[in-house]
Design a protein around this ligand. Structure first.
Ligand SMILES: Nc1ncnc2c1ncn2[C@@H]1O[C@H](COP(=O)(O)OP(=O)(O)OP(=O)(O)O)[C@@H](O)[C@H]1O
Ligand SMILES: [Mg+2]
Length: 212
C-alpha cells in the first residue's frame, strides 16, 4: 500500500543516495531522517495492530515454513541495527512449523529489540530454540535492568510500561501486548522470568502445527 509515509521514505532514500558521494553531513542527516521515518512507520503499524486486535480483526496468514531459517534471518536483520550487542543464537527446531510466519517474526523482533533496549550495559543477548515432540520453545535472555516481581504479569497489558523504566527508555508499551495476542492465537504461551538488576528471560511455546 502506498501511504504518505512510504512516499516520504522513498524520497528520503533517494535523497540519501544523491547526497552520499557529495556531502557527508547531509548524508548523515538524510540517514537520520530515514531512521525517524522508519520508526514512525513501525509505530503507526503497531498502533493499527492494537486497534485491529480491539476489533478482532488482526488477520493471520498460515503457511508451513522452516523455523530455523526464519530465526536466523531475523537475528541477522536485528544484528545489523545494533552496534552495541551481539545476538547469540543456540539450539534448533527440527520440524517445519505451521503458523503465521510474519506474525511470529514480529514476536521475535519485539523480544529481541526489548532485550537490547533494556540491557544498555550488556554486550550480548541470547536466543535459544528447542523442540519437544509437538511443540517448540523460543527463549530470549538478556543481562539487563530486569523487571520487579509485581510488574511481571502487567507488562503484557496494553500500554503498560514499568514506571521506573519509562523515564529512561522510549516506547509505547504495546509490543508485548501484540506479541501476547499473536502467541495466544497460535494456542501457545508467552511469559517472563526476571530479577531486577540481573536481567530477564522471555519464553514462548507454540505447537508445531497451529490451527489458527
Ligand atoms: N527485556 C526486558 N527487560 C526489562 N524490562 C522489559 C523488557 N521487556 C519489556 N520490559 C518492560 O515491559 C514494558 C512493556 O514492554 P513493551 O515491549 O510492550 O513496550 P515498550 O518496549 O515500552 O514499547 P514498544 O511498544 O515500543 O515495544 C516495557 O516498557 C518495560 O518496562
Ligand atoms: Mg518493546
Amino acid at each position: 500500500m502506498k501511504t504518505p509515509l512510504t512516499t516520504a521514505k522513498a524520497y528520503l532514500q533517494m535523497l540519501e543516495l544523491l547526497l552520499d558521494e557529495n556531502n557527508e553531513d547531509a548524508s548523515l542527516y538524510a540517514k537520520k531522517a530515514n531512521q525517524s521515518v522508519n520508526r514512525l512507520n513501525e509505530l503507526i503499524s503497531e498502533l493499527l495492530d492494537v486497534s485491529k486486535i480491539r476489533l478482532g480483526k488482526l488477520n493471520y496468514t498460515v503457511t508451513t515454513f522452516n523455523f530455523n531459517e526464519l530465526i536466523e534471518s531475523t537475528v541477522e536483520n536485528i544484528q545489523l541495527t545494533s552496534l552495541t550487542h551481539s545476538i547469540i543464537k543456540t539450539g534448533q527446531v527440527n520440524d517445519t512449523v505451521t503458523g503465521d510466519k510474519d506474525r511470529l517474526q514480529q514476536v521475535v523482533i519485539n523480544l529481541l529489540t526489548n532485550a537490547i533496549k533494556y540491557s544498555p550495559g550488556a554486550e550480548k543477548v541470547f536466543i535459544n530454540l528447542a523442540q519437544e515432540k509437538d511443540s517448540i520453545t523460543v527463549t530470549v535472555k538478556d543481562a539487563g535492568i530486569g523487571i520487579a516481581q509485581q510488574s511481571l504479569d502487567k507488562i503484557f497489558e496494553k500500554y503498560h510500561r514499568v514506571e521506573e523504566h519509562a523515564v529512561h527508555f522510549q516506547g509505547l508499551g504495546i509490543g508485548l501486548f501484540i506479541s501476547y495476542e499473536i502467541i495466544q492465537r497460535h494456542h501457545g504461551r508467552l511469559w517472563a522470568e526476571s530479577k531486577p538488576g540481573k536481567g530477564s528471560t522471555f519464553y514462548f511455546t507454540i505447537p508445531v502445527n497451529s490451527n489458527l
